[in-house]
Design a protein around this ligand. Structure first.
Ligand code: ACO
Length: 381
């Protein structure tokens, strides 16, 4: 391309509104505040189905029958074991290492112990879908147990994958309400169009790198505070507000200083994020149950103030923070749980990319100089 051609092309900052590919996995309707998974409204799915049913939908294009779900659940739970070397690597991580870094490293390590990691046949990739989702759940649960000096807990074949996660993470069986809340939390995080981490996973897959590589890319991308890392920052903000009466001045101070309120705003939604609506309900319910009603009251007031001051709504990360907190999940694990659920979505996208691949390779507007003459090092002083 010539100098003049380069000058004529304006880049789209942040690729906003750029249609970068096709997908059946999900659609974000930012105007009407809807999220569609494979044709179904996510709110309806949350009401009538479970996380593992929706994982099945994302990977195979339809909701499972009862017998399909039973064998799918059994397969997932049977794949939850980790190679002992990967558990050793988790133990070796410094105590201060962020769980997202440990998760990314452990997923990367899994590729070296998975005999099928380099096998790109559809059958091997299908087996890796199941295995990777199951193993990601176990990495997070085992990491927490190891770092808390507690023994790791084996999965219970009688529980589905989400219930097993809570059981293995906390070491006790969840009750019915906890199961429902946690399952919906996972279901609502499963996919979200061409968000940054999904797009990153697809870019990696488009080079025909393997699924482990695409998953490690996605986990690294999710970590940032403008993406999945926001839920942990929400909890930090809530820590700084002792009482609901402090909310107005706290938020005003943040906005006056040009700071962003974590868990608010979205690139696509112009109205309320449908996931936040469901999670608000669970936040209220679980905070009351856990004698943390003040925390919910503060959160709710933040929502009202930010909407009044900036006209922006909470995103999925805002109420997910208090839901997870009330479930007894330490904040440094919040983003790993987002990653656990989104692993199902990322892998669905990776399979889509493999099925109809063309290398993703955009171009850039060159803003460096032209016609500079090289001065040899000896003459540069
Ligand atoms: N707090 C305060 N102001 C905000 C916020 C916020 N959380 N979000 C957007 N704005 C303001 C910006 O300051 C800007 O205002 P201006 O036009 O007066 O300068 C305007 O809204 C547009 O902001 P952009 O940064 O251009 O919006 P963008 O689409 O690039 O960003 C993002 C979206 C990154 C999510 C942003 O809203 C944000 O930083 N939110 C806080 C972090 C967060 O919650 N991330 C999780 C997102 S959901 C997810 O990834 C799972």
């Amino acid at each position: 391309m010539s100098q003049n051609d380069q000058e004529g092309k304006a880049p789209v900052r942040g690729l906003q509104d750029v249609v970068a590919g096709e997908t059946r996995v999900s659609y974000v309707d930012g105007v009407n505040g809807m999220l569609i998974y494979n044709g179904y409204d996510v709110r309806e799915l949350a009401e009538h189905t479970t996380f593992d049913e929706v994982v099945y939908l994302s990977w195979y294009g339809q909701l499972p029958t009862r017998s399909e779900l039973a064998s799918f659940r059994a397969r997932l739970v049977s794949e939850m074991r980790l190679p002992s070397q990967v558990i050793s690597m988790i133990r070796l991580a410094p105590a201060g290492a962020h769980p997202m870094d440990v998760l990314r490293t452990a997923v990367s390590a899994l590729s070296m112990f998975d005999p099928e990691s380099g096998d790109m046949s559809p059958a091997a990739n299908e087996r890796k879908l199941v295995r990777l989702l199951a193993q990601v759940m176990t990495i997070i649960a085992d990491m927490h147990r190891v770092r808390s000096n507690e023994s790791v807990v084996s999965p219970d074949p009688g529980l589905d994958i989400g219930d097993n996660f809570l059981y293995m993470f906390r070491g006790r069986q969840p009750d019915e309400e906890e199961k429902k809340a946690f399952d919906q939390l996972l279901l609502l995080h499963l996919d979200h169009g061409f968000n940054a981490s999904t797009f990153a996973a697809r870019v990696t897959a488009s080079t025909l790198a393997d699924m482990h590589a695409a998953l490690a890319t996605a986990i690294g991308t999710l970590k940032g505070s403008l993406h999945g890392g926001a839920n942990e920052r929400v909890m930090e903000m809530l820590d700084e507000i002792d009482h609901v009466d402090m909310v107005d001045s706290y938020i005003q101070g943040m906005l006056d200083n040009g700071k962003r309120i974590m868990g608010f705003g979205h690139r696509v939604y112009r109205v309320e994020d449908p996931r936040a609506r469901v999670l608000r309900h669970w936040s209220e319910r679980l905070c009351h149950r856990a004698a943390m009603a003040d925390l919910y009251a503060i959160s709710h007031r933040i929502e009202q103030v930010v909407l009044a001051q900036k006209g922006i709504y909470p995103n999925v990360d805002f109420y997910s923070a208090t839901v997870q907190h009330a479930l007894g999940i330490p904040r440094q694990y919040f983003t790993t749980l987002f990653a656990a659920s989104r692993t199902a979505g990322w892998l669905a996208h990776v399979m889509e990319q493999y099925a109809d691949n063309r290398l993703i390779r955009p171009t850039s507007k060159y803003i460096g100089g032209w016609n500079r003459k090289v001065v040899p090092i000896a003459e540069r002083g």
